[in-house]
Design a protein around this ligand. Structure first.
Ligand code: AHM
Ligand code: MG
Length: 334
């Protein structure tokens, strides 16, 4: 019989990779895993409970909040508050950072940026949604943490991960030493190691972009889409188009099968739609750790300057040769 390794066991085992660590990061990851299980429970019974639909409120970006967005946000913040390893949380759902000022947390080493429920417009129709998180070591001295602690470049991330609530629920994360994936076994209520050492193929045949906005795309993106559609047996083209509209689900598929996900600048989103701090940077860290590439079309996502909490960016992410090809076409027009 194959031995099962739970997320908790794996995290403790991997603590040896950080000889000077005192276990705080391990406990923080464990706390996120627990909150993910609670959110999973609600997402799974969403059609039964009175939890679908709009909460009647707006987040800071003027987007309507779904009830489950609000619920997931509360669960993750509360898990981080109780855990004692995080002094500040930045969430897509909150205008400002949330300071955790309890005695055990106020001098904690880590800050967490989170998109508690990404792709939430898909919840009501039973399509996969996800949670994205990013962990930084605070740079401010003890006491109240500040905005600079979370406005660090993506290269400074200590860990990042996502949870996908799909046909099964998975947590995938990296601490900068590769990427590992865990599937929730509902019968024992544990995330179990199912995808060790994940790596993204260097090439793929899937491109994921919302082509409905084609006429508003930059010329380099239009040229790349045409490239994807041209027949060429040597490079397995035409590629296939797959777009779920949940970044976590689209990227999870492309991580396993190979592919590129693009959300470029558009007329409606002149700075891009996806947020750098809690969507692009964590996903870029994971995909790079799996051997892929992430760029804004010209520069590496992880090296972009971060000046605002809810800053947006264009993103081209996935199999490294596909992203390099898209960048080549972007460069033709710059
Ligand atoms: P959200 O954080 O408000 O859910 O928005 C992010 C989502 C991504 O998951 C997805 O890739 C993108 O928005 C889809 O946007 P669009 O409908 O414009 O294609
Ligand atoms: Mg989001």
């Amino acid at each position: 019989m194959k031995a099962v390794k739970t997320l908790g066991q794996f995290i403790i085992e991997k603590q040896a990779d950080f000889p000077y660590a005192k276990g705080e990061l391990s406990r923080l990851l464990r706390d996120i895993g627990i909150a993910a299980k609670i959110v999973n429970r609600e997402v799974n019974k969403a059609g039964l409970a009175d939890i679908l639909g709009d909460a009647g409120t707006m987040n800071i970006q003027g987007e309507g909040q779904k009830k489950l967005d609000v619920y997931a946000n509360e669960q993750f913040i509360s898990a981080l508050q109780c855990g004692g390893e995080c002094c500040m949380v930045a969430s897509e759902e909150n205008d400002e950072c949330i300071h955790i000022e309890s005695e055990i947390s106020k001098n904690a080493k880590y800050v967490v940026a989170i998109d508690p429920l990404d792709g939430s417009s898909n919840i009501d129709v039973n399509v996969g949604v996800g949670t994205i998180f990013s962990i930084y070591r605070r740079i401010s001295p003890d006491g109240k943490a500040g905005l600079p602690d979370v406005l660090q470049r993506g290269t400074e991330q200590v860990a990042a991960g996502y949870v996908i609530y799909g046909s099964s629920t998975m947590m995938v994360y990296t601490t900068g030493k590769g990427v590992n994936g865990f599937t929730l076994d509902p019968s024992i209520g544990e995330f179990c190691l199912s995808h060790p050492n994940m790596s993204i193929p260097d090439d793929g045949v899937i491109y994921s972009i919302n082509e409905g906005y084609y006429s508003h795309f930059p010329d380099g993106v239009k040229k790349y889409i045409k490239y994807c559609q041209v027949e060429d047996t040597k490079t397995n083209r035409p590629y296939t188009s797959r777009y779920i509209g949940s970044m976590v689900a689209d990227l999870h598929r492309n991580l396993i099968k190979g592919g590129i996900f693009i959300y470029p600048l558009t007329a409606a989103a002149p700075n891009g739609k996806l947020r750098l701090v809690y969507e692009c940077n964590p996903m870029a860290f994971i995909i790079e750790q799996a051997g892929g590439k992430a760029s804004n079309g010209h520069n590496r996502i992880l090296e972009l300057d971060v000046t605002e909490l809810h800053q947006r960016s264009a993103i081209f992410i996935g199999s490294k040769n596909m992203v390099a090809k898209a960048e080549e076409m972007m460069a033709c027009f710059s």
